[in-house]
Design a binder for this molecule. Sequence first.
Ligand SMILES: Nc1ncnc2c1ncn2[C@@H]1O[C@H](COP(=O)(O)OP(=O)(O)OP(=O)(O)O)[C@@H](O)[C@H]1O
Length: 234
Amino acid sequence: MLAVEKVSRWFDEKKAGFQHVNLQLTKGEVIGVLGTSGCGKSTFLRVLSGLDEGYEGRIHSKKKNPSIGMMFQEPRLMPWLTVFENVLFGDDGSKKKEASELIDIVGLGGFENHFPKDLSGGMAQRVAIARSLLHNPDLLMLDEPFSALDAFTKLQLQELLLSIWETKPSTSILVTHDIDEALYLCDRILIMRGQPGEVESELVVDKPKPRHRGDRDLADMKEEILKELDFTND
Ligand SMILES: Nc1ncnc2c1ncn2[C@@H]1O[C@H](COP(=O)(O)OP(=O)(O)OP(=O)(O)O)[C@@H](O)[C@H]1O
């Protein structure tokens, strides 16, 4: 559904965010992007989302102007709006029913009229998940969505995302620093490194979901990724 051909983002003659990225994205696929800090993961996501148009190369979508849902490390909620209004933010009011349903799906039924200041970090990210899905996006872009959460909340929200994908599959790109998270949630993982970053390798996680977090094959893949990123001692 999306083809990325030799895409690079240069900020000036000497500085690039990332370069030479190729990617063929199939409908419903969840792609992980892993890499060391500063290798251009967020820039790549911004380019794919259309937020940054200063790239070289070609990005071709089967659908003209695909709709995009986005989620970031911080929930980015409007403090003066309720949970319900935040989920509906930017909508013309025609999606009230969908907003209510999504609030239930993310486990916040009963909190519709609460304000962000009354929510925990995990609850606020649940609102952000609901908001990102309101328009049934063709592409869901997740930029380290759980990295600011405590370990247990992070696991809970990973489970939530999996269960949402089961009933509402959406083609997604997940940028993360967490190798376990990428192996648990993604169908394919791009490993980026360097400055400017390039995709060094690609790993297919050919395991049905839900996966076992302690799975031997996943542990082997983790080892492989750590080697790829030069984080092993041998
Ligand atoms: N608007 C900009 N102007 C100039 N340089 C930029 C701009 N945005 C990003 N960069 C640079 O591009 C490189 C890649 O940044 P980016 O934030 O995409 O990396 P990242 O892999 O997402 O990092 P992290 O994992 O730390 O979030 C960095 O060297 C960064 O300083």
